[in-house]
Every structure is written in C-alpha cells, then in structure tokens.
Design a protein around this ligand. Structure first.
Ligand SMILES: [Zn+2]
Length: 469
C-alpha cells in the first residue's frame, strides 16, 4: 500500500503559517515513506472562496519547496462525483431529506441551549418513504442528512492515541444542501477515498469533524484512513496565533525576507522535538528524522525570536553575492550598484535576522541621514577640537590613493594617529561624519563601503556644519 497524504486548504484567506506547517508534516510523512503528497483546494464554499487565495496557496507551497504530486485537485470540479455518492446513500436509505426550515432548526437550537445541550438535530423525517419525500420535495426545500446510528466510535490517532466519541451527541449529520451542493464533511470523505488518501494529518481544530467523517465512511463502506491531529500553533501568550501577533501568512514572511529553508526548519520545531538537541535541519534531513509519533499533544508555541535566530544562521551561510540579490529589493529606491550591494551584504550579513532589516541598517550608506551637530562630539569635546581632529583624518585619507582605499590601508594609516590623540577623539567624530548615526559599524568598515570620494565628501560636510554653527 502506497502512503498518500494531502493538504486541503480552503481558499478563503492567505495561507496561514499553521496550514503551511500542516502541509510540511504531511509532506515529510509521505516522503519518508516513499509515498505521495497531494494538494486539494476545498473551494465548495463558493461565497467565501476566491481565486486570489488559491493562487496564494499555490505560490506559498512553491516558495517553501513543498511540491505536490499529481495535478492540483479542486473540490468544486468534483461535484458530480459527490452527487453520485449522495444519490447512493439516499437510495440505500442511509441518508434522507430533512424538510425542517432554518427557523425551525433555530428554534430547536434555542431550546437546547436553555437545557445546556450543544445543538444536534435528530430528524423524524428519516422515517418518510423515499417516494413521499420526493413528492414533498416538489413543493418544499430540504437538505440531505445522514441517518446517524447511535453508538460509540473509537479511532486511533497517531498523536493522541485512542479517541472515543458518542454519536448521540451528533444528531443526524448534514451532508448536502441538495444533490448538487455537497457540504464539507461529505466532500472531504469522498475526495479522500477517491484519491486513495491513507493518512489524514491535520490540525486538531478538525477533531470534531472526525467522528462525522468516520460515520460517512462507514455508510459508504469506505476504508478508514489513519488519523493524526496536530496541536495548534499558539502565540507567546498561549492564545491562538492571529494577525494581532504580527505576520501569520506565508507571503508576509516571504516579504519580510525570511528564507524558505529557515521557515521549514522553524515550522518543524513547533510541536515536534528531534531526538537530540540538533536545531538546524535541511529538508532532506527533516524527511529522514521527522517522526509523527514524536509530535506533542499540547499546543506548540510560535517563538518569533527563534525564527529570527534560525533565519540569521541560514543567512550567515550565504556568500555576499547571494545576499546581495536578496537585499536588493529593500534598497531599490537608492539604485545601488551590484558592487555596493555586495559590500553592504558583507558588512551586515552577521547582523541580519531578515533581509528586510537591511533597510534600517544600511540606508545611511546610500543617503547620509541628517544629524545633530552635537552627535559629532565625543565626551563633550569642544567644537574646535572636533574640527582639528576631522581635519587630521581628512588629510590622511586624501593621501591614500583611490585604488588602495580599503579597510587594511585606512586602518594602518589612521590607527597610529588615533592611538596618539585618543581613539574616541579621532574615530568617533569620523564615524558620525560618515554614518550620521549614534550607532553603526566601525569607521573603517564604513570607509570601505563608501569609497574614497564619498567618504571625503561626508567629512567635509561635517566640517562645514561645524564652521556654520
Ligand atoms: Zn429535520
């Protein structure tokens, strides 16, 4: 038997990181068993489903490198198949038409709420003969329900162990609005069966659907797949992860400049622990080491600091030319040259948690920020002293040829003077003149990135400021 799993998102929003993690676990489980991983778009809810979100799901999975096998399946294109099974259930008297109106059902729900019962509808219309029901259907609306048997259902969840449900709590489950409009649980069961899904791995928010789906499988005499319900992803305050905690959709993480490799690595560690303390895994290693039975039952915490640190580790492994490509979009407005981008990449690679951070870190390289004149002063040094020291620096730098204007040369030329005069006194005003900022990389690193001409310009600008004040 070939292992087959699926990710089955509804295109009603951008792909949430929780859905992406479910996709990842399905992918890892299928691949480690030499099986297949399918993508099914559950778009039967025509009011809420949007093409834009389907495109986002496809792009997000591709960006992560979670490539699915076979053609993408659209549930809305399978309605005729759902219809066949529905008709069969009605014919076999396992399903029936329920003629209760929405108002009647709401009334029933209200009464049950007063008795503190969660809503279920046990419908007496199941006793109508099919002929009578079809006659009635000519004049009245009806939905199709399963004749829910009264019994206990147990199934073995690969993460939670044995789970038991009492079908008395379910009532007669709704299957379809009519033969051409299947509802969620029916469509899922039919599609999983038709595409030979062997393992249903999904979020624990689907747990209440499982007994309903098992009953439908039994009515249709389908083989029951194995189930694994994954713990939800929680925010640091243990509430459900949502937009108010920051980025939650895969496309947002992509835009912020996270690497897909880092995302995959990080998502695997939410709710799953490897046997040892290893933290950095590539996709192949994950396929080998991931173990569904080691997924914890309790909710997994989404620790953004951990994601940043993992991303930082992956960025540090890249060479500056690769980083240059990733940071280019965030510095677009400055029209940087490739050589500049590579220098900036080299300078900041160890500090970058995400590529988007480059904008705050490196903008000063392309456009000198305006700064307060007093920032040039090291430990309240008087203006005259700053001017003198900047003049000294200027004349030293002007004597270095443009070709040899690099970190080594500027360090060799300036350091003896700095040691002589005082490092802070000489290097602080230089660093501020070059960066315009209270905090920045060392003046030697900035000189290297800016090059001789721009460095000299900025020092002269600082001197002008001092003269004018
Ligand atoms: Zn009814």
């Amino acid at each position: 038997m070939k292992i087959r799993t699926r990710i089955a998102p509804s295109p009603t929003g951008y792909m949430h990181v929780g859905t992406a993690r479910t996709a990842l676990f399905n992918y890892l489980f299928a691949k480690q068993n030499h099986g297949e991983f399918l993508l099914r778009i559950e778009d039967t809810d025509t009011e809420r489903s949007k093409k834009e979100f389907e495109t986002d799901i496809v792009n997000s999975l591709k960006w992560l490198g979670l490539n699915w096998d076979e053609e993408l399946i659209r549930q809305s294109e399978r309605v005729s198949i759902h219809k066949e099974y529905l008709a069969k259930l009605i014919e076999n008297k396992k399903a029936f038409y329920c003629f209760h109106t929405i108002e009647e059902l709401e009334e029933e729900q209200k009464n049950q709420a007063l008795e503190k019962i969660s809503f279920k509808h046990e419908c007496e219309h199941k006793d109508l003969s099919l002929d009578k029901a079809l006659e009635k259907l000519k004049k009245e609306n009806a939905i199709i329900r399963l004749k829910t048997p009264h019994k206990k259902i147990t199934f073995k969840d690969l993460i939670r162990g044995e789970v038991e449900f009492d079908t008395n709590l379910l009532g007669d489950i709704s299957l379809a609005k009519n033969l051409d409009t299947p509802l969620y649980n029916l469509a899922v069961v039919v599609d999983d069966h038709e595409t030979q899904i062997t393992h249903v791995i999904r979020g624990e928010d689907h747990l209440p659907n499982t007994p309903k789906q098992i009953l439908i499988q039994e009515a249709l005499e389908f083989k029951q797949p194995e189930y694994a319900h994954l713990p939800l992803i929680l925010s640091a305050d243990r509430s459900k992860l949502s937009k108010r905690h920051g980025a939650v959709s895969v496309n947002e993480f992509a835009r912020l400049g996270y690497l897909p490799k880092a995302m995959l690595n990080f998502m695997t560690l939410i709710g799953w622990h490897p046997k040892d303390d290893k933290e950095i895994f590539n996709l192949e290693e994950l396929v080998k080491e991931f173990d569904l039975e080691r997924v914890q039952k309790a909710g997994g915490i989404f620790n953004i600091e951990k994601l940043k640190s993992i991303n930082n580790q992956y960025i540090k492994e890249l060479v500056p030319a690769e980083i240059a490509k990733f940071i280019a979009p965030y510095l677009d407005m400055y029209n940087p040259t490739e050589a500049q981008l590579i220098k900036v990449a080299h300078l900041f690679k160890d500090r970058l948690n995400t590529f988007s951070e480059i904008k705050d870190l490196a903008s000063f390289v392309f456009a000198l920020p305006t700064y307060e004149i007093k920032l040039l002063s090291w430990k309240d040094a008087p203006k005259e002293k700053i001017k003198t020291n900047l003049q000294i620096v200027l004349s030293i730098l002007e004597n270095i040829s443009e070709d040899s204007f690099d970190i080594d040369t500027t360090t060799t030329e300036l350091m003896p003077k700095a040691n002589n005069i005082g490092r802070g006194d000489l290097l602080w005003p230089l660093r501020v003149a070059l960066s315009g900022m209270a905090k920045s990389p060392s003046p030697f690193e900035i000189l290297d990135v800016l090059g001789k001409k721009e460095s000299i310009n900025r020092i002269k600008k600082a001197l002008e400021k001092l003269n004018e004040s």
